[in-house]
Design a protein around this ligand. Structure first.
Ligand SMILES: Cc1cc2nc3c(=O)[nH]c(=O)nc-3n(C[C@H](O)[C@H](O)[C@H](O)COP(=O)(O)OP(=O)(O)OC[C@H]3O[C@@H](n4cnc5c(N)ncnc54)[C@H](O)[C@@H]3O)c2cc1C
Length: 420
């Protein structure tokens, strides 16, 4: 990683946040030949349980960029189908195998591998800089425009002036707060506890949801372990903790008996990570000189695990619209920033709308129930009509209004090519 300079510097586009949205936009702008700096407050991308689902829409974008083959050489697991066990009935719910894309599966990969991959590819372009341990702590505003950022780095304070500043700093975005943007809180009835339990080959390998007796557990096959998401009622984590880890172990063992022989691996609540679920959306994503994308513009519900993919789609749409003007092919007008919001707001609203529907009609009901769960009649249709499983696969896998990469590409300089 490059070291931050304590001197003031400038670039065409300064991106706050090196998550999926920021790194993908940084890569796409660098590929177009735009002088770009990404600032990431952490020293590395190593964060566990940050969302490891790379959906077909993102894999297709990697294919369009010519990166898919190399990307899939990284260790990953593939979800091609998914089922839910509701009470005693197993319902096959999703089938990605008919999607009209190259990779007809969800790839499970640690988010840091994904981000490291993008960072490595972006650094092949000399116009790209990634500053780690660089935390944006303010916006520079001049004559009614955002003109860059101030950041704390390990070497001191840094000022970066930029024609465009992008807030890709996640759902607790400082950039959106400093810009005076207030999100519309849509709300969610649940929080999620994430933890790992070891996996044995006899367990089977498919992605599985389990619903029973007022509880919901989703397990993802991660090779040597199961990544488990246990859904709890909003704000109930402290009550659960007060009952002790034994109570959680018992609930998991009852819900998924095949895990009963290894729940003791959860020694305490330090082995469990709480995701406080937030669903929100900014009414306005931009102002002169500034654009917010990804979770900074819209925190998604974990339903469908689509947060990363929407963040990536925002980055592609932003690069498609802005890369040309940013590299001097035309004026960078505020109207273009509005165009990015217009293009991405509709898919965000549609997916959040579906998530809220599922939160209200499925998750709230499950969490409010007590006895043996019985699948609703429509769920049984998925058993009788396999083609129905393509619909949730399409919504989850490709979303709505999928972005194709149309931003320009410059050749990688020869010296960087030799590093392949
Ligand atoms: C526990 C958990 C589990 C999740 N599981 C899934 C899942 O399975 N599938 C899925 O699709 N989504 C999942 N999500 C959501 C997903 O992680 C986000 O939707 C996605 O990462 C959004 O990408 P982003 O780039 O917009 O924001 P983030 O990924 O939040 O990235 C923002 C980046 O900005 C950095 N940053 C923040 N403030 C500053 C600052 N002031 N200066 C510089 N850098 C800053 C952060 O360190 C971070 O790296 C999960 C989220 C959590 C918390």
């Amino acid at each position: 990683m490059q070291d931050a300079s304590s001197e003031n510097t400038s670039c065409r586009c300064c991106i706050a946040g090196g998550g999926p949205a920021g790194m993908m936009l940084g890569f796409l702008l660098a590929r177009a030949g735009v002088a770009t700096i990404v600032l990431e407050k952490h020293a590395d991308f190593l964060r566990d349980f940050r969302g490891d689902t790379i959906h077909p829409s993102t894999l297709e974008a990697m294919h369009e960029l010519g990166l898919l083959d190399d990307f899939l050489k990284l260790p990953h697991q593939e979800i091609r189908q998914g089922e839910a066990k509701i009470g005693d009935v197993t319902i096959p719910l999703v089938d990605f195998s008919h999607l009209p894309v190259q990779a007809k599966f969800v790839a499970l990969m640690p988010q840091w591998d994904f981000l490291d991959f993008l960072a490595e590819r972006a650094k092949r372009y000399p116009c790209f800089r990634l500053l780690m341990s660089a935390e944006v702590d303010g916006l520079i505003e001049e004559e009614g425009r955002v003109a860059g950022v101030a950041a704390k780095t390990k070497d001191g304070q840094l000022t970066i002036r930029a024609d465009l500043t992008v807030g890709a700093d996640g759902r607790h975005s400082l950039v959106r707060r400093e810009a005076g943007f207030a999100p519309l809180d849509i709300g969610a009835p649940m929080d999620v506890l994430w933890f790992k339990l070891s996996r044995q080959t006899s367990d089977g390998d498919e992605f599985l949801g389990r619903i029973d007796a007022g509880q919901l557990l989703v397990v993802f096959n991660r090779g040597e372990y199961w990544q488990c998401a246990y859904v709890i009622a909003k704000g109930s984590a402290e009550r659960l903790k007060a009952k002790g880890i034994g109570s959680l172990r018992e609930k998991i063992a009852a819900l998924a008996p095949f895990l009963a022989d290894r729940v003791d691996a959860l020694a305490g609540f330090d082995d469990v990570k709480l995701l406080t679920v937030a669903v929100d959306r900014l009414p306005l994503w931009h102002k002169p000189g500034l654009l917010c994308i990804g979770d900074a513009a819209h925190a998604m519900s974990p339903v469908g695990g689509v947060g990363i993919n929407l963040a990536i789609q925002d980055a592609i749409a932003a690069a498609n619209t802005l890369a040309g003007p940013l590299r001097g092919d035309g004026p960078l007008s505020d109207r273009l920033l509005a165009q990015v919001q217009k293009r991405r707001e509709w898919p965000t609203k549609v997916i959040q709308g579906i998530q809220v529907l599922i939160q209200k009609n499925v998750i709230s009901r499950v969490l409010g129930g007590t006895g043996k769960a019985v699948p609703p009649p429509f769920a049984r249709l998925f058993i009788a009509f396999p083609a129905l499983r393509r619909l949730p696969a399409r919504l989850m896998g490709l979303g709505v209004r999928r972005e194709r990469v149309t931003s320009p590409a410059r050749a990688i300089p020869q010296a960087a090519n030799l590093r392949d």
